[in-house]
Every structure is written in C-alpha cells, then in structure tokens.
Design a protein around this ligand. Structure first.
Ligand SMILES: NC(=O)c1ccc[n+]([C@@H]2O[C@H](COP(=O)([O-])OP(=O)(O)OC[C@H]3O[C@@H](n4cnc5c(N)ncnc54)[C@H](OP(=O)(O)O)[C@@H]3O)[C@@H](O)[C@H]2O)c1
Length: 412
C-alpha cells in the first residue's frame, strides 16, 4: 500500500474577491474553449494576460481577440509571422517557441489554467508554478509524469493547485480535508466510453472514428481515445493519488454511463458525499475560476426526475486492461507512471494514424513498461527535469516497439 500526498490546495488562504487575472495554456483546445466561453461572459472579472497554442494560429488569434489578451504565443516558431499578421492592429503582443510559452506562463497572474494536452504541458505548467502562479490543473499528465516532484515544486512555491478535471474537481468539492482520517474511499466515475458494451473482438477492429465518438463528453482527441481504452481513468487514479491524502487501496472506479455523478467520497460513518452535474466542463472550470466562492456557469441544469435512473457497474479489467496496467504502474511509482503516459501518447497517435489497432494501445503501454523494467530503466524522477528526460527515453522505446505491436494489435 502506498500513501499519497496532500496538496496545499485546501490549506491556502482564500484569494480576495473581485477581478482575477488569468493565463490560458492550451487556449485552442476543448478546455481552452470552455474556459474562453466563461471568460467572455464576465470579461471584467477575468482579464486575460496570455493565451497559448501549439500550431493553430487561426484559433489562437481568434481566442486572443475574443478575450482581448495582452499576449498570444504559438509554440511552433515557423508560425510566428502568420500570428503577427492575424493580430496586426489589435495591440496584442505575439511570441513563438517553447521558451516563449514558458515565459507567458510565468507572467504574474491570479490563476493559470493548465489546458495543454499531454506531457508537453509539464514544462509550461512548471514555469507557472515556479513564478508563484496558482494553477487550475486540467493537464493530468503533469502529475502522472512527475508525481511527487511536481507536488514538491508546488509546495516550495507555496502555490495552490485546483483540480479542474471533472472527477477530481468533484472529489475536491466533497473531500473534507479536516476529516481525512475519517475517509474510507474515494471513487471516480467513468462513462465507460463508446466501447463499454463491446467485446474484445469488436474492439480489435475499431476504427478511430468510432473511438472518437464519446457518448457524453465533447473533448480533445487524445482524452477521447483514452476514455475509449479506459486509460483515462487509469491516469486519473494516478492523478487522484497525488492530489488527495489517500492510499492506492482507497481509490476506486465505477462505471456510470450517464456521467452525472462525477466523484464520491465515502466516510467512516457510512455517509457518501458526491458531486453531480451535467457533463459539461464549464461547471468544474467555473468552480476553479471562482474558488473559494461560487460563480455562474451556463451548463444545462440537471433534472433528476427527468433522468429517472442512474446506473453504476464495476469496470471490466478483462476487456479494458488499461486500468489494471495503470494501477500496477502506480504501485511501482512515478518512474512507471511516467513511462506509461509516454507510451500511451505514442500509442494513441499511432492508432489515430491507423498504424496500430485499438487493442494495441494498452499493449504498447505494457510492452514499453516491461522492456524498460528489464533494462532497469524504471527510476522515479527526483525532479521535473528528470521526469521530462524519462518521458523522452520512454517515447524512444515505445517507438521502437511499435512495429511489433502493429503486427499483433488487430488480432489481440
Ligand atoms: N477536454 C476535456 O473535457 C477534458 C476534461 C478533463 C481533463 N482534460 C485534460 O485537459 C488537457 C487538455 O485536453 P483537451 O481535451 O482540451 O485537449 P485538446 O482539445 O487537444 O487541446 C490541447 C491544447 O494544447 C495545445 N498543445 C498541444 N500540444 C502542445 C505543445 N506541444 N505545446 C503547446 N501547446 C500544445 C493545443 O494547441 P493546438 O490547438 O495548436 O494544437 C491545444 O490548445 C488534457 O491533459 C486532458 O487530459 C480535458
């Protein structure tokens, strides 16, 4: 049994009410879009310092204009000229490159929304933390890749991490940190994704278009595929372990196809507290933007009588091995969870490219972990820099193993 680490998030003094200056990392993504929608409804309360993207110049320029950001940064240096043209005459500053993204993240603001996808989010989020900015954390990969090193950096900088991921935000809302000893179990729910009722044979032949059709949530491609494999819930168990003072044994997953109950905390007296809401990221984002107060979000209101029935079932590790692989990685420590994440990113990209079959995703993650274990390369990173190095090494191993997995993945 391993014990997780409490973050400072529940012990911080409350920020003052009124204006809250924001920076939005990953402004052109799904989290970015939902956040921009909330900002646009209250522009005076949420002035924007910076918005960033990877390659999507048109989306970034549109985002910057929508919220009148001071700075827009594109990661891909060759697109800087295009961005300058798109924003000429607006007075919005522009910059390009990975260092410029980190510099944007480090500008002093009240809250940085960490909405970049994948391990690419780790560097910029760390730059924000080291500059003393509070974080609304959507990028679960920060915790999966760097674990305790990430939490330690946040503690050293005395910043607050607010969980933005819907399940973790739900748990945050019902987790009584003053009564942590009286908590028996934390449960994250999962919709089960588009293949919840599919057999392994059906999944072996699944096309990217089918895996991208999430039944409840409208999200970016990577997390949508992770939901289909259930790797997303595996990454989220790892994320929860680092966010809340719980042991691995206290973390549970329930399949809940309606995606209405997002997270539950069970207490020693038999009470279970849960957070409910329609599946719309604007609710947890609004919670983070306004915390510790409450602010408005236009999410559809739940009508429980109209819903009538909410159902729950246990996950099936046989059909969805990703959850088991993620749990095993968590038990082995952050070296293993880092490798798991890197291999999964390579595998998801390969599946979307049609280079491997759907079942090859979990298979590549497991094969990469096994290969690196045999080589003695699973070492928990002592720093965020070491986590980034390990991520690169794991990607190289996963790329090497791809042809082998390609050959088997349609028949697994
Ligand atoms: N979507 C959801 O509902 C949801 C819910 C909970 C948690 N999350 C988490 O939130 C994060 C974002 O998810 P998403 O669904 O919003 O992803 P997404 O729609 O794919 O958007 C990703 C964003 O990151 C940017 N980006 C990608 N690679 C980058 C790089 N190397 N450097 C700088 N920026 C980069 C993208 O820019 P371009 O557009 O230019 O590529 C885009 O702005 C993920 O960690 C995900 O697990 C998402």
């Amino acid at each position: 049994m391993v014990t997780g680490t409490a973050t400072r998030m529940t012990t911080q003094p409350a920020p003052s009410a009124g204006e809250r200056r924001l920076t939005l990392l990953g402004a052109t993504g799904s989290i970015g879009d939902s956040t921009l929608d909330l900002i646009r409804r209250e522009p005076e309360r949420f002035p924007v310092e910076a918005v960033t993207a990877n390659r999507n110049v048109a989306g970034l320029a549109e985002a910057a204009r929508r919220v009148n950001a001071r700075l827009a940064v594109i990661a891909e240096p060759s697109r800087h000229g295009e961005l300058e043209d798109a924003l000429s005459g607006t007075g919005i500053e522009t910059a390009a490159g990975a260092d410029a993204i980190a510099e944007a993240a480090a500008r002093p603001v009240d809250l940085v929304v960490a909405g970049i996808v994948g391990a690419a989010g780790l560097g910029p989020t760390m730059a924000a933390i080291r500059a003393g900015n509070d974080i609304a954390l959507a990028n679960k990969e920060c915790l999966v890749c760097a674990g305790q090193a990430f939490i330690a950096a946040a503690e050293k900088a005395e910043i607050t991490i607010l969980p933005l991921d819907s399940e973790h935000n739900a748990v945050f809302q019902v987790f009584d940190s003053d009564q942590a000893d009286g908590i028996e179990k934390v449960t994250l729910t999962a919709s089960g994704g588009p293949f919840r009722t599919w057999s392994r044979a059906e999944m072996a032949a699944a096309e990217p278009e089918q895996a991208l059709r999430h039944p409840n949530w409208d999200m970016g491609a990577k997390i949508t595929i992770d939901s289909a494999t259930m790797m997303n819930k595996g990454l989220e168990i790892i994320e929860a372990f680092h966010l809340f003072p719980v042991t691995t044994d206290q973390l549970d997953v329930l399949i809940h196809p309606q995606s209405v109950v997002h997270g539950l905390v069970a207490y020693a007296d038999g009470s279970i507290l849960a957070q409910l809401g329609s599946p719309d990221m604007r609710t947890p984002i609004a919670h983070c933007l306004n915390w510790p107060e409450r602010g408005p979000a236009p999410s559809r209101r739940l009508d429980l009588a109209e819903l009538g029935t909410l159902t729950f079932e246990k996950p099936d590790d046989g059909r969805f091995p990703a959850l088991r692989i993620a749990r095993e990685a968590l038990a082995r420590g952050t070296g293993a969870t880092n490798i798991l994440n890197a291999a999964n990113e390579i595998a998801v990209a390969a599946f979307l490219d049609r280079s491997i079959g759907f079942l090859g995703i979990a298979a590549l993650a497991e094969a990469t972990l096994d290969r690196m274990e045999r080589q003695g390369d699973i070492v928990s990173p002592a720093s965020v820099e070491a986590a980034i190095e390990l991520d690169h090494a794991a990607r190289a191993v996963a790329e090497e193993l791809l042809p082998e997995i390609r050959a088997q993945s349609y028949a697994l």
